[in-house]
Each structure stands twice: as structure tokens, then as C-alpha cells.
Design a protein around this ligand. Structure first.
Ligand SMILES: [Zn+2]
Length: 169
């Protein structure tokens, strides 16, 4: 399970949905990939967006093979900003869900920089991975029963995104 950041400073979470669409467009139109490089994208307030389908291998512009990796990306640049607690908590939820769903231990959590020459996921986030606090948070969730992720589609999804863009949630 490999954790990334987008390396783009997010100054307001109201911009997160537009930013997610921009990342997806960039990865598809400019990079030529099938979808956003990652399986999940988590915004500053802890909203989780689906990226590419879970059955599809991720993509990377760096030199590692993401085959078999469960890819979770945090919106923001954690070389330049601190990672909010709500974002870390949601990332832990997604990783716990992934660990249980795919039967892999939380000890497989790594940062992108563990695989390739990159500062991703940033100096403000990577210590949580390196020092094990993210793994511990994931293990606590797994011990309590894996979090369930409820998928919103159609009007429910449109309404949720509108609330994020309005700064209500
Ligand atoms: Zn990365």
C-alpha cells in the first residue's frame, strides 16, 4: 500500500473537487494514462474520491513498478504545508479498508519515496509513515473492524461535491 501526495499546495479545500478533475485530466490527456494514477484521492477535510478502478494497475512518472500496489494519494504539497489531522484519519480509513479487502498487513504501508527517487509524499507527511504512526492508526481500525466505504453516485455524489465546493463540509 503506497501513499502519495499531489505535490500541489491546496490553500482551500473548496478547490479539491476541481483539483481532482484537473489531476485526472492531466494524467489522461497529457500523460496518456487510462485514468488518475491512483486508486483513491483524499482531500484536506478527509473526503475520499475514487480514482482509477481497483482492478487496474496504477501509473507513475517515476521509476518503480506499481503493479500490485494499492495507491492512495493525499491532495496537497506536504513539502510546503502541514497535513491536516482529518486527512490523515481518512487516509488511515482507506488503508484499513484496503488492507482488509485485499488481505495485506498494515506493515506494507510505504511512501512513494521508498520505491523511487522522489520527495513524495513530502517531508511533512512521510514521517508518519516512516515512524509507524500511520500504520498504528490503520491497525487500530483493522482491530475494531474494517471501516466500510460507502460509494456515492449520481445525485448524491453531485450534492456532496457541491457541499465541498461551497465550503460547507
Ligand atoms: Zn508519489
Amino acid at each position: 500500500m503506497t501513499v502519495h501526495h499531489t505535490a500541489a499546495v491546496l490553500d482551500s479545500n473548496r478547490k479539491a473537487p476541481a483539483r481532482a478533475r484537473a489531476h485526472q485530466r492531466y494524467h489522461m490527456d497529457d500523460r496518456g494514462w487510462i485514468d488518475l494514477a491512483y486508486h483513491f484521492l483524499v482531500d484536506a477535510n478527509g473526503h475520499v474520491l475514487e480514482g482509477r478502478p481497483l482492478g487496474a494497475v496504477g501509473d507513475t512518472g517515476t521509476n518503480y513498478d506499481p503493479t500490485g500496489h494499492f495507491l492512495v494519494c493525499a491532495e496537497g504539497d506536504f513539502n510546503q504545508q502541514a497535513i491536516p489531522a482529518a486527512q490523515v484519519a481518512a487516509i488511515a480509513d482507506v488503508l484499513a479498508w484496503g488492507a482488509v479487502t485485499f488481505g495485506v498487513p498494515a506493515s506494507t504501508i510505504r511512501g512513494h519515496r521508498d520505491w523511487a527517487s522522489t520527495s513524495c509524499p513530502g517531508d511533512g507527511f512521510y514521517p508518519l509513515i516512516k515512524e509507524g504512526s500511520l500504520q498504528a492508526a490503520v491497525e487500530t481500525r483493522m482491530a475494531a473492524g474494517a471501516p466500510s466505504l460507502s460509494v456515492l453516485c449520481g445525485d448524491a455524489a453531485i450534492s456532496r461535491v457541491a457541499d465541498i465546493e461551497a465550503g460547507l463540509i
